[in-house]
Ligand binder design. Structure first.
Ligand SMILES: [Zn+2]
Length: 64
């Protein structure tokens, strides 16, 4: 792609504040951590609802 970049200052994707070089692309450690938590929250949702491998259902055999 050719020069498609707008020449505006980069901003933190979370809050829009100017990003800090140290925490880029975020403005601060707070935003960086928040983004990280969002990722974990969505992708690594622990399957705590599900019973451990099949032990719950195996007792449910019925003879019909
Ligand atoms: Zn921010």
């Amino acid at each position: 792609m050719p020069n498609n970049r707008p020449a505006r200052p980069r901003a933190c994707p979370l809050c829009g504040a100017p990003r800090a070089e140290e925490y880029k692309p975020f403005c601060s450690r707070g935003c960086r951590d928040r983004d990280l938590l969002n990722w974990f929250g969505e992708d690594y949702r622990v399957p705590a609802d599900q019973p451990p491998d099949g032990t719950a259902d195996t007792d449910n055999f019925t003879d019909e």
